[in-house]
Design a protein around this ligand. Sequence first.
Ligand code: BES
Ligand code: MN
Ligand code: ZN
Length: 532
Amino acid sequence: MMKIAFGKPAIPESGALVVGVLEGKTPGPTATELDDLTGGQLRRAMACARFKGEKGETLVVPAPHGVTLDRIVLVGWGAVDKVDAATMEAVGGAAVACLGGQGDETATLVVDDPEGMALDGATAAAHMALGARLRTYRFDKYRTKEKPEEKPALKTVTVLCEAAAEAEAAFAPLDAVADGVRLTRDLVSEPANVVYPESFVETVRDLEDLGVSVDVLDEAKMRKLGMGALLGVAQGSARPPRLLVLEYRGAEDKKAPPLALVGKGVTFDTGGISIKPAANMEDMKWDMGGAGVVAGTLKALAGRKAKANVVGLCGLVENMPSGTAQRPGDVVTSASGQTIEVINTDAEGRLVLADVLWYAQDRFKPSHIVDLATLTGAIIISLGSEHAGLFANDDTLAEALAEAGQAVGEKVWRMPLGDAYDKMIRSDIADMKNVGNREAGSITAAQFLQRFITDKTPWAHLDIAGVTWSKKDAATVPKGGTGFGVRLLDRLVVDLMESDAASARDNDGHDDGDNEKDKKTKGDKDKKKKKK
Ligand code: BES
Ligand code: MN
Ligand code: ZN
């Protein structure tokens, strides 16, 4: 893994030096200084290239004279008044991506303080380092024949800024978040012969070292709890299912109701008896992306010692066709007591989540619940890979997620819910069926989930089918598993549970359920449980 260090501004003796240029080919302070040292070489290079200084553009100036550096890389920062944390992440990402093609082992990235920049230098430097870390992710453990010159050369990146100590301190929590993103990307990238329910659990067990408690429910336990919906999906596979429960209590009041994160963890989705076509079926190794995000988020939160109580629940199953697989038309009874006619065995994610959502509310009485799932192909038709689909029964939670998404560049777009959609999953022989017709496929899936949410729990569902895997490199996200969701949820925790506004709500007794009055309402609603 690449090492990241911070230091005070100084022009290094060797290696590559990356300096910022603002919009309109305007060199920043360090670029100006270097331009003088090199006898105007940087301005000349810009004059004869397309490089304009727009955000994320790069221009390599090799063997500059007047200095001992191997190369100077100009990186565009864009408009100075628009420079924010996301800009610096994109700049850091663009810089290391450019350096990756040059073969440098060490690189120095300069964060100077151009006039008119609102962002403070330490924050800017920390986010530049985060961008560099996120972009250099590579899942290469199965490449055994790569020649040394094909491997990434960059070993150390040093970020220089005036407030180096502050930058290093500001980077520590971001580094923990990047660790969480990396875990998610690893889990999502692993093939299904390596990551299956039991091995998923073993992979995340070391979160215990960070203070996360790990509890695992096996088949027998789930059967006792009546989780017929989840178990129905699992019954065609030789791999037994698991329900993984990760619990992190970092709030001052360890008993305060937690935020519950629930993830779809279908370690491979063949479709079951309603089998999928062969083309691109290999993509279904990442149908555990929701569970991967839950695990990564818990790692991030525990790693940065977040002051919040958060539990993560992952429904881990493999959806296979076999002699023991469930059939279209089967009726299963969920842990909530509600019965489901399984029309299509490929609509399995919602069956898994039905039982995990129910269990999450029953066991933890959460203040909020957010589920993440690569749930429907239809959300890819709706939103492509630009936004995750957001569904919610609570406007405050929906807005908090939308804002968090904007802030970290993991955007969500709210979709509607409503009775008319709910009617589409009525069944002739059971309480509901697991699919509607082709219309509004992502919404009917969300309606199905909502049937397992008690009225008083603020709930949001993120359909991440379009954003979990990327086919092209982006500023801070190399192609492959994106880790989309970890930064979003980390930010949600900051805004909802760790900010001043969150503690003000605590004292008011509103919104987050962290008080006696709310606890009582939650107790009442539990009596609604329809256990037979
Ligand atoms: N895991 C898929 C959804 C999916 C599709 C995720 C493509 C990522 C990329 C899900 O289990 C599924 O098969 N959904 C069906 C639902 C249908 C049977 C109602 C779908 O979207 O086709
Ligand atoms: Mn499916
Ligand atoms: Zn699926």
